[in-house]
Design a binder for this molecule. Structure first.
Ligand code: NAP
Length: 295
């Protein structure tokens, strides 16, 4: 079994991004500028956003943070989106999800200029992804593709099973693994909570991508010998032995599943760091395009 080290891979890719930023500056351009908008005090959301800002600094980006209390009006948030769309200094921005119930996430996502939508959630960018046109790929699936590429994992002709069909992970992942290309060219099964016999499906997977948000759900008996297992799940589970009072758990019962795999991602340190670095990659592409300085 080989461990897929997302932390190390992300650091390598981030170093290359930092080199590309220097090249952009040498050509007379400006450093990429990413802004994160966050609403409320959800601990996990703040952790993700802080991680994104820190990664920006390490890669030589300019970064900004717009913070609102949980009771901010939808109108005020949409006004901020409009201002960021119009701000020439900003290459890309994200509105950290989830948003409070009184705000329509769909409305906010659709208000973002697709050219600055570095999360790749806007319908225009999803449509471009489906058609195989240049676009911003959603950060988590994009990160997984880069991991597969980095570890030279053959995907062509393989059977890939994706568990989960969310708009941000499962659905784009399914599309990307089935597209013509490398990584890609898989025959893909998308499973979800209404799948009749999940184990029967997962046992057929050469590549199993778990994105359910249910800690330890994928057990040894559900995995084929020699499978590649990618664990997207990140759920906070109370753990009094940890300083923070919780541990982050994946959807795969790592200790028992690992022994059956050819490759497996850990949690933490697998897909998570790749999501952040993919966001930086999208922002770099946006900055290069906007300045007419594509490499
Ligand atoms: P989500 O929107 O809650 O979607 C979960 C999906 O899993 C749904 O499609 C659901 O099916 C399916 N599901 C739930 N229970 C199931 C079961 N018993 N059997 C089969 N399918 C089941 O979650 P998400 O946003 O995709 O996130 C999934 C996990 O990935 C979470 O732990 C999240 O924190 C994590 N995540 C990590 C990163 C990262 O960077 N590492 C990024 C994004 C998300 P239905 O559609 O039928 O309800």
């Amino acid at each position: 079994m080989q461990l897929i080290d997302g932390k190390k891979t992300a650091a390598t890719i981030r170093e290359q991004i930092a080199v590309d930023v220097k090249e952009l500056l040498n050509k007379g351009g400006k450093a990429p500028h990413l802004v994160a908008v966050i609403v409320g005090n959800d601990g996990a959301s703040h952790t993700y956003v802080n991680g994104k800002i820190k990664a920006c600094e390490l890669a030589g980006f300019k970064s900004g943070l717009v913070q609102f209390d949980a009771d901010v009006t939808e109108e005020k948030l949409l006004q901020t989106v409009k201002e960021l769309n119009e701000d020439d200094e900003v290459d890309g921005f994200i509105v950290q999800l989830p948003l409070p119930d009184h705000i329509d996430e769909k409305k906010v996502t659709e208000a973002i200029n697709p050219d600055k939508d570095v999360d790749g959630f806007h319908p225009t960018n999803i449509g471009r992804m489906v058609l195989g046109l240049p676009t911003f790929l959603p950060a988590t699936p994009f990160g997984i593709l880069q991991l597969l590429e980095h570890y030279n994992i053959e995907t062509s002709g393989k059977h890939c099973v994706v568990v989960g069909r969310s708009h941000i992970v499962g659905t784009p992942m399914t599309l990307l693994m089935s597209r013509k290309g490398n990584p890609g060219n898989c025959t893909v099964t998308m499973a979800h909570s209404r799948t009749k016999d999940l184990k029967e499906e997962t046992l057929r997977a050469d590549i199993l991508i778990a994105a359910l948000g249910k800690p330890g759900f994928i057990t040894k008996d559900m995995v084929k010998e020699g499978a590649v297992v990618i664990d997207v799940g990140t759920t906070r589970v109370a753990d009094a032995t940890k300083k923070r009072g919780y541990a982050v758990k994946g959807d795969v019962l790592f200790d028992e599943v690992a022994e059956k795999c050819s490759f497996i991602t850990p949690v933490p340190g697998g897909v998570g760091p790749m999501t952040i670095v993919s966001l930086l990659k999208n922002t770099l592409i946006s900055a290069q395009r906007r300045q007419g300085l594509e490499s």
